[in-house]
Write a protein that binds this ligand. Structure first.
Ligand SMILES: [Fe+2]
Length: 434
């Protein structure tokens, strides 16, 4: 979040008194949903950090709370009593302007505070936020409301991280414990080969518009030029990906970027993360425990390097984020998202119905580096650190996944991860010049 809270106050008259009750309701709903995600987990589950990228569940519960305490309560409520002055050091994630912090790779060493005390911290801050929303004067409200919206979207980002991270934690247990029972099986039929949908290109405009919430990295809206292109109607499936593996995809350097090939050697990759073979059949670890591989489901937990190598093997390429947004701008904002409660991508259900599964199921890697849009300016101060300072060395993903909250995703939403990362729910779709 950057310049929204400065620039957009005048441009967003809807953030007036009438939004107070709506934001209050949304605060309650989002905070409860985070707690509901943690509810199936034991205190022991919630303390583990299985790799440096993963944070313990209880750290997410506390950090999202610290965000409201630091950026809203400390600033706007003179009577606010900080719950525990030590928590600023433990639960600041990466805000240099706010002060020093506990090193990220050592979050799993925090046996204390325990989940009970973090629960009390959450209750303390949620109650104080409720009072703040009701009592702020109009001038302060105009400043605070966009930050409250940001805090809620921030917490929804962490809801997805809670699911991504606990999946990795549980996958490290040789008993492959389940986070939730298996969902009822959804019939899917993968077409033998994916259909292609054509787009004429030309002079187009991308980026967020309108008065609703967006992160600063989705702006400014700007013009782009596109040559004609085609996209596959559905994401690449596990069945498609099995053919790549069977054809020696992980052993043939000709498909791989240099950094990708080095990573394959170093990490010993032979399949997507969470895939396991007994020499004959493949099984996939899911949040419902280990399940037989389903060829019709979108392939998930591949890195950018693997997505790019698959596309080269197929004789195609990844779409740019611009192509993806132009193609997806008329897509309905529905799909297999977190609200469906499956937390796992589902097979294609709409062969012949045009572009499908743009929203939900798997985040789709694009060929685009995560860099600022033309004329982007991060806001001054701590909140300007939200997105802008990460604009190097990462690639953009689009569309949301089966663990993304439904009222959090937009067609302009730019997610980003380093090219070797694969613990996010990341897949791909193919593109081609037309
Ligand atoms: Fe955060």
């Amino acid at each position: 979040m950057g310049n929204l809270f400065v620039r957009d106050i005048a441009a967003r008259p809807e953030l007036d008194e009438a939004t107070r009750s709506a934001l209050r309701r949304r605060l309650t709903a989002v905070r409860r949903q985070t707690e509901a995600l943690a509810a199936p987990l034991s205190p022991e589950d919630q303390a583990i950090q299985s790799m440096p990228d993963v944070s313990p569940t209880k750290w997410h519960l506390a950090h999202t709370t610290w965000f409201f305490e630091t950026f809203l309560l400390a600033r706007f409520d003179p009577a606010y009593r900080v719950f525990d002055p030590h928590f600023a050091y433990l639960f600041n994630s990466y805000y240099e302007a706010v002060g020093p912090r506990h090193p990220r790779p050592r979050r799993g060493l925090l046996s204390r505070p325990g989940v009970e005390r973090i629960g009390a911290y959450r209750d303390h801050v949620t109650a104080a936020m409720g009072r703040l929303i009701e009592t702020l004067d109009a001038a302060s409200w105009a400043l605070a409301a966009p930050l409250i919206e940001l805090g809620l979207h921030h917490e929804q980002q962490h809801q997805e991280l809670i699911l991504m991270d606990i999946k990795h934690v549980l996958s490290c247990n040789p008993l492959f414990p389940a986070y939730l029972p298996p969902p009822p099986s959804v019939a899917g039929t993968a077409p033998a080969s994916a259909e292609w949908i054509e787009f004429s290109g030309g002079l187009e405009t991308i980026g967020h518009r309108g008065s609703g919430f967006a992160f600063d990295n989705e702006t400014p809206r700007h013009k782009v030029w596109l040559d004609p292109f085609r996209l596959t109607a559905r994401p690449v499936t596990c069945g498609d990906y099995l053919a790549f593996i069977a054809d020696g995809g992980y052993r043939r350097s000709e498909f791989w970027l240099s950094d990708g090939w080095a990573t394959v050697q170093q990490e010993g990759w032979e399949a997507p993360l969470y895939w396991r073979s007994d020499g004959r059949d493949w099984a996939v670890f899911t949040l419902s425990g280990e399940q037989p591989l389903r060829p019709d489901e979108p392939v998930c937990h591949v890195s950018f390097y693997e997505a790019d190598a698959f596309a080269k093997w197929a004789g195609k390429r990844l779409p740019t984020e611009t192509e993806w947004e132009i193609a997806g701008r008329d897509a309905p904002l529905t799909g297999n998202l977190a609200d469906a409660g499956r937390y796992h991508p589902a097979g294609d259900r709409g062969a012949g119905l045009g572009l499908r599964q743009m929203i939900g199921d798997v985040w789709e890697w694009t060929a685009s580096p995560y860099i600022p849009y033309p004329r982007f300016r991060a806001a001054p101060g701590a909140v300007g650190e939200y997105n802008g300072k990460f604009m190097s060395g990462q690639m953009v993903l689009r569309g949301g996944a089966a663990v993304t909250p439904a009222d959090h995703i937009r067609v302009t939403y730019r997610n980003f991860f380093p090219p070797a990362a694969r613990w996010a729910f990341s897949g791909l779709r193919l593109a081609e010049d037309n």
